[in-house]
Design a protein around this ligand. Structure first.
Ligand SMILES: *Cc1c(COP(=O)(O)O)cnc(C)c1O
Length: 350
């Protein structure tokens, strides 16, 4: 640390992203990216909009906000957009946690980092023994709650009824539901917004819409919450999302057929892989996301991770208590998964 750094940030340990090796022919199943490219309509609009790059982007979000509002059946003033949902979550930790924040012990790694960055006291609530999230552990907390649904890295999801009960039992507190993976099989709680002014739903184009590189996230909530998020954003960076990404996001929403096609392929591949992993003796969580969370009773996750890496297959291993023997494996194309399964098969037979 330089002598110029604020000592309050001395212990800050930043988020560690999955490795982004650009090596050719690597099978990259470690950061939950979509294996399919964005919609052809997205590619087209990025080209046709490029000539406007001499201008600042439209701060209103233009057609993106219109499309998001119509897709999720909310008013336009209930829609916020940001530079990835990470940025939106950061705004939330900065602005909406006066009483502190509560989240699970095993969840998205950015939550504890943002709590540290914005000096928000964090209450960490352990998942149950089976790694599911116990809704009742989130009742009457009197502080902001952040829940990833489905959760990462487990892939396990809460039902709408469970989320509704958490909202009802925390009417004095904001409940932020991070739906980064919801399109792959869980129920979105956007439908609960009308009845629950304490709900903020955060989503992303990075996973189900194949746009991780574009950096685009959104939040849906009461118009008061959205106005607050805009206050933060306009006090920080009004041009947080570039013009090409705004246009790309709108185009993605306009191509529902392509979205469904890619999502269905990922879900189909996930389900067939679940069965194959089980056959090899892995325990596999009932993931509703675009990744699998697996553990083998005889082989350590660390050694499997290392040996796969030597074979140019990257998966994610977290050296974290309770899950140190699990691998989180992004669902790739069927072809990629076949190669992964073949590699694992050979490692296990040795
Ligand atoms: C990937 C992910 C995000 C971040 O998405 P971006 O929009 O790419 O910033 C947020 N929350 C969870 C749980 C994620 O897995």
């Amino acid at each position: 640390m330089s002598r110029f750094m604020d000592t309050r940030l001395q212990g800050l340990s930043p988020y560690v992203p999955g490795e982004q090796l650009r090596k050719k022919d690597i099978i990259k199943l470690n950061t939950n990216e979509n294996p399919y490219p964005p919609s052809p309509k997205v590619l087209e609009v990025v080209g046709s909009e490029a000539h406007t790059l001499h201008l600042y982007p439209d701060v209103s979000g233009g057609n993106l906000v219109t499309q998001l509002a119509s897709f999720y059946k909310v008013d336009k003033d209930q829609v916020f957009f940001g530079n990835g949902s990470d940025e939106i979550l950061a705004f939330c930790f900065q602005a909406f946690c006066p009483q502190g924040v509560a989240f699970a012990d095993l969840t998205y790694g950015f939550y504890p980092v943002y709590a540290q960055l914005y000096q928000v006291p964090a209450t960490v609530i352990p998942l149950r023994e089976d790694l599911s999230l116990g809704a009742e552990d989130y009742y009457d907390l009197h502080k902001t709650i952040v829940i990833a649904n489905p959760n990462a890295p487990t892939g396990l999801a809460l039902s709408l009824a469970e989320i509704q009960e958490i909202l009802r039992r925390n009417q004095d507190a904001l409940v932020i539901v991070d739906e980064a993976y919801v399109d792959f099989g869980a129920q979105s709680c956007v439908t609960l917004l009308d009845q629950n002014p304490n709900l903020l739903v955060v989503g992303t184009f990075s996973k189900s819409r194949s746009m991780a590189g574009a950096r685009l996230g959104y939040a849906l909530g009461s118009k008061e919450l959205i106005a607050d998020l805009n206050t933060i954003k306009f006090s920080f960076n009004p041009y947080n999302v570039n013009q090409l990404t705004l246009a790309a996001g709108a185009a993605s929403l306009e191509d529902q057929a392509y979205f469904e096609q890619c999502r269905d392929k990922v879900v189909e591949t996930r389900e067939s892989c679940k069965a194959s992993f089980a056959k090899m003796g892995f325990s596999v969580t009932d993931s509703k996301a675009n990744f699998l969370f697996v553990s083998h009773p005889k082989y350590t996750a660390e050694s499997l991770y290392q040996q796969l890496k030597q074979r140019d297959i990257l998966v994610r291993w977290f050296c974290v208590p309770r899950i140190e023997n699990y691998l989180r494996i992004t669902v790739g194309t069927q072809q990629q998964m076949d190669r992964l399964l073949a590699a694992l098969q050979s490692l296990i037979e040795q």
